[in-house]
Design a protein around this ligand. Structure first.
Ligand SMILES: N[C@@H](CS(=O)O)C(=O)O
Ligand SMILES: [Fe+2]
Length: 221
């Protein structure tokens, strides 16, 4: 069942923010401003590749946003029967996917790759624990995956992930829903899916589509 975690997040909703922000085309809502800034940084729609993308700048933009304003909550639909939900916020001129992920307590993602895309993850609520693994040389299932690292990210921290750094899984070890903001560029996984891996055998299976639970604040059926 879908729950909008705004209800468990009321202290943040409606918090007054930057009344001095300029009017006109620049949104006064700081989350909307972040969405716009990321879109601008990615450039116009011509050319899908993100070879020339300035990841450090995208990282800075995400770090700069203070998620405790809770303005992302309108995208945060959770579902306790799933590990996590993927809620589309923006497609950045066709060059990216910006998603709000809502993580059910005690659950998480399978071990996966990122379709040769850059992945930035900012924690908006709670903590998330990321475990990284070496990518197996042969994806035909012979050996357990080798663990590289484990790190718990706290509210407002930003993590960077890419296939060159290996595979990962993310778990919400907390007892309440956790929320994160993910930027993927280029949007390869949305177009071609990704691979998930068995920790014990290294076996790889392709997941053709990684679905959205909601898009632009509307639940999808
Ligand atoms: N990359 C995952 C979430 S995470 O585990 O980083 C996804 O987009 O579904
Ligand atoms: Fe991931």
């Amino acid at each position: 069942m879908a729950v909008n975690i705004a209800s468990s997040h009321m202290p943040y909703v409606g918090t007054p923010f930057d009344a001095r922000a300029p009017l006109g085309n620049i949104p006064t809502d700081r989350f909307d401003r972040l969405v716009l800034a990321l879109k601008k940084a990615l450039g116009p729609s011509s050319g899908l590749t993100s070879d020339d993308v300035d990841v450090d700048f995208l990282h800075l933009l995400m770090e700069d946003y203070d998620g405790t304003d809770g303005r992302w909550a309108r995208y945060a639909f959770g579902d306790g029967s799933r590990g996590y939900t993927r809620n589309l916020v923006d497609e950045g001129n066709g060059k990216s996917n910006l998603l709000v992920l809502v993580w059910s307590p005690g659950k998480g993602s399978p071990i996966h790759d990122h379709g040769n895309a850059h992945c930035l993850m900012k924690i908006l609520k709670g903590n998330l624990t990321e475990t990284r693994y070496e990518c197996p040389q042969h994806g035909d299932g012979e050996q357990p995956l080798r663990k590289i690292s484990q790190k718990t990210y706290k509210e407002n921290q930003v993590a960077y992930m890419a296939d060159e750094l290996g595979l990962h899984k993310v778990i919400n070890e907390g007892s309440d829903f956790a929320v994160s903001l993910h930027l993927y560029t280029p949007p390869n996984v949305a177009k071609g899916g990704c691979n998930i891996f068995d920790e014990k055998t290294g076996r790889k299976s392709h997941v053709p589509s990684c679905n959205y639970y909601s898009a632009y604040g509307q639940l999808l059926k």
